[in-house]
Design a protein around this ligand. Structure first.
Ligand code: NAD
Ligand code: GLY
Length: 367
């Protein structure tokens, strides 16, 4: 089974294929978008071990000439130094303007490969072949590419759209369960911000999703990509609407920062951030306690924590203050309106609101 959808961005539009066991059709998809015949596959040793052979076979059988560039595995390698390794390999192997890059892996590989493609020879085409749930439903779609700087995450990057996104949900069978759960946080996010029916469906399909039932996975990934694509089509460069995709991220980034990068996965932090955003929405009259409870229930059903780690209120406020989503000294929050709708708000005096919300959690010092 395979589903197709499009991200409609004029001459930068591209197809997304979502299916189970569709890796062998990668070459066919690239022929369809007239991708360059010479391809550098950027991946890491973990993903390479599982998918290098089928990807190379699919490319070669469709007439593509592929070379593999391996970069180290991990968020700590999403750096300018690793980017340089990619440029070195491309230059050494004589990749020219008529070549393309293919990102095979999770969001780290996707973000860095996208940025390499955006900048190598002032831009060469690239394709996303995402292999984590998070990258399939979020990072591979929408054209945000970046590397980290020692002083901040994703600080150096570009908006640069891929030519094609090829999602084979069969790759999720080798993904560690913890990474799967982290990706589910972003899937749940789409339901909360844009689609109440989808949110309810995720609850009904919990067992099938956890059992990785192919058709159910395809439907969940497809609907997530559709929602993201619709938002990106309206606001590609995040001047307005696209900010809603940051639901749960303001507090989530604080959780990540306070834990130290790499300790809590991004999706795990977003899950906790969504619970706090929902609490805030309730305090400000946009949602009810019942909505918060439903969000919390769905998050925990997928094995994610809904409880913020025990840091002090001051630490949380300081960490949120360092987030990119701070505007003119005010904390910028996406707040859900019930379940299925949301809007962006600047919170002027967050101290007392957060003291009230965080005081209900064990170990959080609010004085
Ligand atoms: P990741 O890329 O680090 O992958 C997680 C782990 O899973 C890695 O060890 C990876 O090697 C391994 N892995 C990947 N696919 C596998 C598979 N099929 N089987 C077994 N192991 C596999 O993490 P991620 O959660 O995919 O991505 C996180 C990154 O995405 C962050 O850098 C974040 O900033 C970025 N991101 C970008 C966007 C965007 O719009 N560009 C959106 C969200 C997140
Ligand atoms: N992950 C948020 C965005 O793509 O805008």
């Amino acid at each position: 089974m395979m589903e197709r959808l499009d991200v409609g961005l004029g001459d930068r539009s591209y197809p997304i294929w979502v299916g189970d066991g569709i890796m062998h059709r990668l070459g066919e998809a690239l022929v369809e978008v007239e991708f360059p015949r010479r391809v550098a596959v950027v991946t890491n040793p973990t993903v390479s071990g599982f998918y290098r052979e089928p990807v190379l076979a699919a490319l070669e059988s469709a007439g593509f000439q592929a070379t593999v560039i391996e970069i180290p595995d991990g968020e700590q390698y999403k750096t300018l130094q690793t980017l340089e390794l990619i440029y070195d390999a491309l230059i050494r192997d004589g990749f020219d303007r008529y070549s393309g890059l293919l990102a095979l892996g999770g969001g780290v590989v996707g973000d860095i490969t996208g940025f390499a493609a955006a900048t190598y020879l002032r831009g060469v085409p690239f394709v996303q072949v995402p292999t984590t749930l998070l990258s399939q439903v979020d990072s591979s779609v929408g054209g945000k590419t970046a590397v980290n700087h020692p002083l901040g995450k994703n600080m150096i990057g570009a908006f640069y759209q891929p030519r094609h996104v090829h999602i084979d949900v069969a790759t999720l069978r080798t993904l560690p369960r913890r990474e799967f759960a982290a990706g589910m946080a972003e899937v749940i996010k789409y339901g909360v911000i844009r689609d109440r029916d989808f949110f309810c469906w995720l609850g009904e399909q919990k067992d099938q999703l956890l059992d990785l039932v192919p058709d159910t996975l395809v439907q969940a990934v497809k609907r997530s990509c559709q929602i993201k694509a619709n938002v990106v089509e309206i606001d590609e460069k995040e001047s307005s609407l696209r900010a809603i995709l940051n639901y749960g991220h303001t507090f989530g980034h604080a959780v990540e920062t306070l834990a130290g990068y790499g300790v809590v996965c991004h999706g795990e932090a977003v899950a906790i951030g969504m619970v706090i955003a929902a609490e805030l929405s309730t305090q400000l009259g946009f949602a009810t306690e019942k909505d918060v409870a439903a969000i919390r229930t769905l998050i925990t059903a997928f094995g994610l924590s809904a409880t913020p780690p025990a840091h002090s209120l001051d630490d949380y406020l300081a960490a949120m203050g360092r987030d990119k989503k701070v505007k003119d000294g005010m904390l910028r929050f996406v707040l859900n309106h019930g379940i299925g709708d949301c809007s962006v708000h600047d919170i002027r005096s967050p101290e007392s609101l957060f003291a009230r919300i965080l005081s209900q959690f064990p170990g959080i010092q609010v004085k």
